[in-house]
Design a protein around this ligand. Structure first.
Ligand code: CMX
Length: 443
């Protein structure tokens, strides 16, 4: 057993009685009520999921295992000379709840490095896609095709005690996570670099190796670490996290679950907004006459209103839970102010930060007029030369898989059952509302 696995096992053994007691002794305690608006409106705000990996406060933003993002970036160990911490250290924190020591992170870096090589057929699966395929479709399929590697599935059919489900899930998760940088960079090479890939460097950490395979110099390694860490988890109710949890709840393995997670992330109201922001920004840049022309606030306001009046959303703004500027946005903004403050596209982003929230407030529809994570992530990639913006959500997916895998391992450890909420018909809702008499059921 590795250090991380031993530590995780200790934590699981300690934790199990808490969940068992809550269900056994307090199972009937009411934690929320559900309204008709919530049932029709995508279950917004219904408190009906449990995770200890992260918690999203509407006004403060995300905490990982109780730590704010600022604390996470201060406390996690960093590679020598790096500004941003090891992604592997974040995985350790999400899994165990503890900030790892330098030695503990080094063990995880080593563990990931040993598992990073992808099977030959994955390259063939990726190569089989026609050139105009969206990278998220390729990413999801590449992950899905690894289902045959699953230890969990093999062990389950060989007869596995429920108490031990977490163990092969942990092995599968590490095997998959370690390979994601290779898969993502190979997709990038295939789509945008005529298949010319750079082989991975086993001596580098997750973020460093990703930058290396993208062919990018410093500080792109820190950009990658920052990106993967802030995108890793956002509690369980968002579409990608929820999809991963839901699919895994039928005891589907990590490959099936993460592939599904990727598909949920690929929608424009969720992770695809990262691509949407740059696309929308470039239409504005083009209209203004090029990057060098810095538009006035009034010109940008006009563009924002045109988008809204055209019945479209402003990508990168708003959130289903947050009611303040997303701290993931703020962290990236601070990085941008330090490293790319003169970038012309960043200047556009900067003006949008000022002009969009008051417009959304004036329009009066969005409950949260402030920017979210996606409003800033693309401009950083653009600045460092990753200009194919339909690739941005793949980067989001690499990060998000880390949090979802940690959640799924714990779902298995605590024996969370098959997810199965109950549906009602519209007739039934009208009956509950008192606007319709109960309809007699025919025999
Ligand atoms: N621009 C224009 N209108 C917006 C808006 C925005 N950025 N954000 C919300 N609204 C509108 C909604 O479309 C909705 O309109 P209708 O009443 O006509 O349906 C209304 O305001 C109320 O929506 P809400 O309760 O404030 O927000 P939701 O929880 O329904 O949706 C989100 C949240 C993120 C989908 C929405 O804010 C949005 O579409 N934002 C733009 C896309 C985006 O940036 N997505 C990425 C979010 C972060 C992530 O998951 O990666």
């Amino acid at each position: 057993m590795t250090t991380l696995k031993e530590k995780l096992f200790e934590k699981i053994e300690e934790f199990r009685p808490r969940t068992a007691r809550l269900v056994k002794e307090y199972g009937d305690t009411v934690i929320d009520k559900v309204t008709i608006a919530q049932a029709i409106g995508g279950m917004r705000g219904v408190k009906s999921m449990v995770t200890d990996i992260s918690y999203l406060d509407p006004n403060e933003g995300i905490r990982y295992r109780g730590y704010t993002l600022k604390e996470v970036f201060e406390l996690l160990p960093k590679p020598k000379g790096a500004e941003m911490p090891y992604v592997e250290g974040l995985f350790y924190l999400l899994l165990t709840g503890d900030i790892p020591t330098g030695k503990e992170v080094a063990d995880v870096v080593d563990e990931f490095s040993k598992r990073r090589i992808i099977p030959r057929y994955i390259y063939e699966v990726i190569d089989a896609f026609p050139c105009c395929s969206h990278p998220m479709t390729i990413f999801s399929t590449a992950v899905l095709s690894m289902h045959r590697e699953s230890f969990f599935t093999k062990k389950y059919y060989a007869g596995l005690n429920k108490k031990d489900y977490w163990d092969p899930m942990y092995e599968d998760s590490l095997n998959l996570l370690a390979k994601l940088p290779e898969i993502a960079t190979y997709i990038y090479a295939k789509l945008y670099r005529d298949g010319n890939r750079i082989q991975s460097n086993p001596n580098l950490d997750f973020g460093g190796n990703f930058a290396f395979m993208m062919g990018k110099d410093k500080p792109y390694d820190d950009v990658s670490r920052l990106h993967f860490i802030i995108h890793s988890d956002h509690e369980s109710g968002n579409v990608s996290a929820h999809t991963g949890h839901l699919v895994a709840s039928s005891l589907s393995d990590i490959y099936l679950s993460i592939s599904a997670m990727i598909n949920g992330l690929a929608g424009p109201l969720h992770g695809l907004a990262a691509q949407g922001v740059l696309q929308w920004l470039h239409e504005l840049v083009e209209r203004m006459g090029g990057e060098e022309v810095i538009p006035s606030e009034d010109e940008i306001k006009q563009y924002v209103w045109e988008t809204l009046n055209g019945g479209q959303v402003i990508p990168g703004f708003g959130h289903a839970v947050l009611r303040k500027t997303d701290p993931r946005y703020t962290l990236q903004r601070e990085f941008s102010l330090k490293h790319l403050k003169d970038d012309p596209i960043f200047k556009y982003v900067d003006i949008l930060y000022k002009v969009v929230p008051p417009i959304l407030q004036k329009q009066g529809k969005a409950k949260n007029p402030w920017p979210n994570v996606d409003a800033q992530s693309g401009v950083i990639q653009w600045h460092y030369g990753v200009r194919e913006y339909d690739f941005y959500t793949v980067l989001f997916g690499v990060g998000r898989a880390i949090g979802i895998a940690a959640n799924i391992i714990w779902d298995r450890a605590l024996g969370y059952p098959l997810e199965r909420p109950k549906s009602l018909t519209t007739d039934m809702l009208e009956e509950v509302a008192g606007i319709k008499k109960p309809v007699k059921k025919s025999k």
